[in-house]
Design a protein around this ligand. Structure first.
Ligand code: NAG
Ligand code: NAG
Ligand code: NAG
Ligand code: NAG
Ligand code: NAG
Length: 678
């Protein structure tokens, strides 16, 4: 007897869950879903049924079908006849998946309606202009409201996803959840040159509750987090093909799923989460596109897919990235988003690719600070204090680090104005911080007479290269050699250059670098940014400041909009100490706030902002980084929310401009929301 398992993506002609049994062999045939267009909008029909309904088959004969599947609506809300019209109009407005064509057949669940006759009665009503609805009353305790495709032959209802083209090249694999708590590839493709198709479920299926604060929030996950049923690549083709799908979902992503988040796919990372530039460095996979300005600025590495997706697509709410040396903050800054490197160690990073566990953190890239707060609360659990319900007392000392003292280039004004606005908001004062002077006067005896730049010049690089070679490269090379007759896999130039530096150091370099890191952390957290002195006392929660001060430093200016088409010099190893290294070595939270945009500097710093690509002045994002004392992550998000409410910050928009929105340049005029299903 032969028994083979076939999982295929079929085209027309077969119904969804048909099991074909032949007389001599039993083949297992499984649907991986089905794609259709409805009024020129592309949809994916899940292969997993939400439940069944009973209805008189002939009653829906006027509704169009594809292979026995008809668009229908389920309404669980108890609403009057008139209420239904309002509800459907609301749904059309709030959900990008719902459209009036689903309302030609409405399954209405109303309380008090007892199980109807064998063939429930069908009535005809008009709820939406120009749409005649057949209404069938039914009873079902489980099926959520929203659009479905009804399989007429079986009465099964299948959930609907809307399909979008990933024209930013942000994703590596679109996913749908399976009923056994795993994931599988979403098997649909809509028009788009060398781009994937991503599906998002109707927002109407989900409602937020205390248990499910992220219900329906659509999330992309960096391709270094393992999900059950899914292969990861870590940005490397050989890795993707060498290892099987994971059988577990790690703690971080599982927390999001348990809170109701909808994982829509894995997203691109620069290779093994090392910093790479788009041209030359991204050899194995093509770098995602930063939508801002002329559309050809580098996306900022390594959570590039995360940032590009949230900055480009209004159908995505959130992306989970990781930050070891700037991998969330860089992309968030150059793509005009909020992003956080959290305090180190807030959540376990099991089943996540290591760059350097002593420095690795998991955080978000996001537009809406309310979603940011809810997502942090879920991801970091008891290690996060959301200040959403409190009136926090902000520290009134605001320090600036490496800030312009007077405006010279356009971003200077945004930064200076922001510092004054924050100081005014907290009823405090703003003052420059000279970290070298602090160090000179309070440095620990072990530091001798070394300056910060001297002592910590190679600390970061030593830790990442020593840890990643041992934890990732060595087992990878061993496994690959075993499978390919002793060969080595291809690895991009940047990780190779970094790993070679690690190999050049003696083994004793790692413990020495970790000791230096501990020295910096202790010094910084004691002398520069200690917790607030009100922390240890019996102050009521809303009177705690958490952090003794807030430190601002420039995250992104016009000088950071690096053209992605530049041929840079061969990869080098990241030495040096600068402001962005503080949170890495001290383990403190470091959040990026988008401040607005300014006209870029032009490719050679000469052409006064005219883009080399478009020949016009194009604006690029400006962002600030805000540091708080270790563990005060919630304070930073609350500050973002309060500054948005006060009009100091704006919720960034998707598209060409974080301030004004607008189509990404190369997409303009292509059809917009209603054209060709996009
Ligand atoms: C429709 O939306 C409006 C505005 O958000 C709301 O006031 C109203 O209650 C909604 N109606 C229904 C039936 O949900
Ligand atoms: C996952 O696979 C690993 C390695 O094959 C195995 O040790 C582990 O028990 C499996 N875990 C689960 C939850 O199946
Ligand atoms: C909080 O952090 C500690 C130390 O890193 C960790 O062991 C613990 O699991 C974290 N707690 C939660 C709720 O994530
Ligand atoms: C600043 O002072 C004003 C006036 O006393 C007060 O209303 C406001 O709440 C204070 N702001 C903060 C953040 O404490
Ligand atoms: C940092 O280290 C690199 C490589 O060893 C060296 O070239 C550079 O001069 C060092 N810089 C400082 C400030 O020590």
């Amino acid at each position: 007897m032969t028994c083979s398992r076939i999982a295929s993506s079929w085209s027309l002609g077969l119904s969804l869950t048909l099991l074909v049994t032949l007389s001599t062999a039993s083949a297992q045939l499984a649907s991986t879903g089905f794609s259709v267009t409805l009024n020129n909008v592309y949809y994916f029909i899940s292969p997993f049924s939400s439940g069944k309904v009973d209805f008189p088959k002939e009653s829906l004969s006027t509704i169009p079908a594809v292979t026995g599947l008809k668009p229908v609506t389920v309404i669980r809300e108890s609403v009057s006849q008139k209420g239904v019209s309002e509800l459907l109009a609301n749904w059309t407005a709030v959900d990008d998946v719902y459209q009036p064509a689903f309302s030609e057949a409405i399954f209405l669940v109303a309380p008090g309606v007892t199980k109807g006759p064998r063939s429930p009665e069908v009535t005809k009503t008009q709820f939406l202009p120009g749409v005649s609805s057949s209404v069938i009353r039914f009873e079902s305790p489980k099926i959520p409201s929203g659009p479905y495709f009804l399989e007429v032959a079986t009465g099964s209802l299948y959930p609907v996803y809307r399909l979008y083209e990933d024209f930013a090249g942000a994703f590596v694999e679109p996913l749908i959840p399976t009923p056994d708590g795993k994931f599988q590839t979403m098997s649909a493709k809509i028009p788009g040159a060398a781009s994937l198709t991503v599906g998002v479920p109707s927002r109407l299926y989900f409602s937020k509750t205390a248990d499910k604060p992220l219900a329906g929030v659509r999330v992309g996950i960096k391709d270094i987090y393992q999900l059950a049923g899914v292969k990861t690549s870590n940005g490397n083709r050989a890795w993707y093909h060498l290892y099987p799908p994971s059988n577990v979902t790690g703690t971080a992503v599982q927390r999001l799923i348990d809170a109701g988040a909808q994982i829509v796919g894995l997203q691109k990372t620069s290779q093994f989460a090392n910093g790479e530039f788009a041209t030359a460095d991204w050899v194995d996979y093509h770098s995602p596109f930063n939508p801002r300005g002329d559309g050809y600025s580098d996306p900022g590495s390594s959570s590039s897919g995360a940032a590009a997706s949230v900055a480009t697509y209004d159908w995505l709410d959130l992306a989970l990235g990781s930050d070891t040396g700037g991998s969330i903050r860089g992309p968030a800054g150059v793509q005009g988003l909020f992003g956080n490197r959290p305090s180190h160690g807030l959540v376990s990073l099991d089943h996540v690719m290591p760059l350097a566990p002593d420095l690795d953190t998991s955080g978000f890239l996001v537009r809406d600070p309310d979603i940011w707060d809810a997502a942090n609360a879920v991801l970091y659990g008891a290690n996060y204090t959301s200040m959403a319900r409190d009136r926090p007392r902000y520290p009134n000392q605001i320090y600036t680090l490496a800030f312009p003292s007077a405006p010279t280039v356009p971003s200077d004004k945004l930064l200076i104005d922001f510092a004054s606005a924050v100081a005014q908001f907290v009823n405090g004062t703003v003052q420059p911080l000279d970290i070298d002077r602090e160090w000179a006067s309070t440095r620990p005896a072990e530091a001798g007479s070394a300056t910060i730049n001297q002592l910590f010049n190679a600390t970061y690089t030593t830790i990442i290269t020593k840890e990643q070679t041992r934890l990732l490269r060595d087992p990878f090379y061993r496994d690959y050699a075993a499978a390919y007759e002793g060969r080595r896999p291809f690895v991009n130039p940047t990780p190779l250059a970094r790993w070679a530096y690690g190999d050049s150091l003696p083994d004793s370099a790692l413990p020495a670098a970790l000791a230096d890191k501990a020295l910096f952390q202790d010094w910084f957290n004691k002398h520069v940014l200690p917790p607030s002195s009100t922390e240890n006392q019996d102050f009521p929660r809303e009177e705690r400041e958490c952090s003794s001060s807030l430190i601002l430093y420039p995250a992104t200016t016009e000088f950071d909009a690096i053209p992605r088409y530049w041929y840079k010099s061969p990869p080098s190893v990241p030495f040096g100490f600068y402001e962005g290294r503080i949170s890495v070595l001290a383990g403190v939270p470091d959040s990026v706030f988008p401040l607005g945009e300014v006209v870029g500097i032009g490719p050679d710093g000469e052409s006064a902002g005219v883009s080399d690509v478009t020949g016009k002045e194009e604006a690029v994002p400006v962002a600030v980084s805000v540091l708080a004392a270790r563990g005060c992550d919630g304070l930073l998000v609350r500050l973002a929310r309060d500054l948005v409410a006060a009009g100091v910050l704006r919720v960034p928009r998707v598209g060409k401009s974080a301030v004004q929105g607008g189509e990404v340049l190369m997409r303009r005029g292509w059809g917009g929301e209603k054209g060709r299903g996009q």
